[in-house]
Ligand binder design. Structure first.
Ligand code: GLN
Length: 481
């Protein structure tokens, strides 16, 4: 059984096609693993009936020779994705009991490719957080423990996804990334996480946080598995007006191309206060690995980097406050009754939204209000453009950028929960790619002296997921994680 769980997705696909294992056997093993590790609280719901029924269909398709790209592969779904008739709450109390009558485009694509749904995964409430501690279901836990043997956060917001893939209770998982929520938890849990270019995956059926920043992407154990899952997730979708028509490159082939002759930029502004020394060391090691593999490393400048987080924490809450206006006690989820309509709205929203979500709504409403719109929101949008211009300039001379994924390794549960600003700093390396709409991948690079994983991030040109996957594959190989 444990051998079965050790196989990565590419290996599982081969084993299924060779009929060495069956999809039902595999789904059963993963459901068992999820139950055995329920202390990690990374699943908020296991959908065993769905998993076994879907796996039986996969076995039939494999027998008939009509297997899809992900046929029989057990996948966990972040609770931010709407799954038909299956509870989808964005890990918020306000959506308790909400069972959408439709399926998100991304998950539809996964099931069409033969993927098997294991269940819904824990995340920060409405994807707001970096530690999976704002979830209405309580924190998800990182399977890595480090020297002190205390519970560590898996990162966030897609903490359940990263935790489950690392704990081998999901072979793959979906995530979403608005400011780092795929790449940061991937780094904290020692797995591979890709945020594709904005527009690459349809946002239809994904609970909206900040619509101009949100992107879905895959969590996997290896870069090759990531290429496979990304291929199935991406599609043009008429139901999302920001979804692209530009076809995805052949990632599964590109990852074998190496980095010989590629130019990789190292942005000097990413050396920051508060960065762990071991993170800096790994970053330097990553540069050596790429140089040894034939890439040319180039020192580059992204001068507006220091404004990325402040701009993000205006733009993201502004969009969130608008998106979350729909949770009014009438249309979705829970309601707290009151004597007047306004009273019902207020009571529902006060009880249904957690503290961090309320904080974002207040910031967002403030920066969009008549007196402050120009001073904050409009200014932040202008800064966003400058950040994008910085990237456009460097991508005239380099093919990709290498940076750390996070400033530190995973930290203990509860340590930063009362300190929102310190928590916001977790995303200092990941937020710029969201503001500029660029693809970024986090790949495990090594362990700290405490035995905790650290990630390297590769950021690429718009719609060039192939370049960053190539670089990630070389880093993965060199790191031998
Ligand atoms: N940690 C960031 C935030 O709290 C990013 C979250 C995300 O990417 N969804 O907003």
């Amino acid at each position: 059984m444990s051998d079965l769980l050790d196989l990565n997705a590419v290996e599982v696909r081969n084993a299924l096609d060779e009929k060495a294992i069956s999809a039902v056997e595999l789904a059963t093993a993963y459901l068992g693993a999820a139950e055995a590790t329920s202390n990690l609280n990374n699943y908020v719901e296991l959908t065993a009936d769905h998993a076994l029924a879907m796996a039986a269909v996969s076995d039939k398709r494999i027998a008939e020779g009509t297997a899809g790209l992900l046929e029989g592969l057990p996948i966990g779904v972040k609770d931010l994705f709407c799954t038909k008739e299956v509870s989808s709450t964005a890990c918020s109390k306000i959506l308790k009991g909400f069972k959408p009558p439709y399926e998100s485009t991304v998950t539809s694509n996964l099931w069409a490719a033969g993927g098997v749904m294991l269940g819904k995964l824990n995340c920060d409430e409405f994807a707001m957080g970096s530690a999976n501690e704002t979830s209405a279901y309580g924190p998800a836990i990182n399977p890595w423990r480090g020297k002190d043997d205390v519970d560590l956060v898996p990162g966030g917001s897609s903490g359940g996804s990263a935790s489950a893939v690392a704990a081998r209770s999901a072979l793959m998982a979906t995530g979403t990334d608005t400011g780092g929520s795929i790449r940061q938890p991937a780094a904290f849990c020692g797995v591979v996480g890709l945020k594709p270019t904005y527009g690459r995956c349809s946002r239809w059926g994904i609970v909206a946080f900040a619509s101009s920043l949100d992107q879905a992407g895959p969590f996997t154990r290896t870069v090759a598995d990531n290429a496979l899952m990304m291929t199935a997730m991406a599609s043009h979708d008429a139901k999302d007006s920001t979804s692209t028509q530009i076809p995805l490159q052949d990632l599964t082939r590109a990852i074998g191309d190496g980095v010989k002759g590629m130019k990789i930029g190292v942005p000097r502004e990413y050396v920051m206060d508060g960065m762990d020394g071991e993170v800096v060391k790994l970053w330097e090691q990553g540069q050596v690995w790429l140089r040894d593999a034939g890439a040319e490393l180039v020192d580059v400048s992204l001068p507006h980097t220091k404004y990325a987080l402040p701009a993000y924490y205006i733009i993201a809450p502004a969009e969130a406050s608008s998106n979350l206006a729909r949770y009014d006690g009438v249309r979705f989820g829970m309601r707290v009754d009151a004597d007047t309509l306004d009273g019902m709205y207020e009571a529902t929203r006060a009880d249904g939204f957690g503290e961090e979500v309320q904080r974002r709504i207040m910031i967002g409403t403030y920066v969009l209000s008549a007196g402050y719109y120009d001073a904050y929101y409009l200014k932040a949008q202008k800064v966003r453009r400058l950040i994008k211009d910085d990237f456009d300039t460097v991508f005239q001379s380099v093919d990709a950028l290498l940076t750390p994924a996070t400033p530190t390794a995973a930290f203990p549960v509860g340590r930063k929960i009362d300190d929102p600003v310190t928590n916001y700093l977790n995303d200092v390396f990941t937020v710029p790619a969201n503001l500029a709409g660029l693809p970024g991948i986090s790949v495990p690079g090594g362990l700290t002296s405490d035995g905790l994983p650290l990630g390297l991030q590769v950021v690429g040109r718009p719609f060039d997921e192939a370049a960053i996957s190539r670089v990630a594959a070389v880093l993965e190989d060199a790191a031998g994680f």
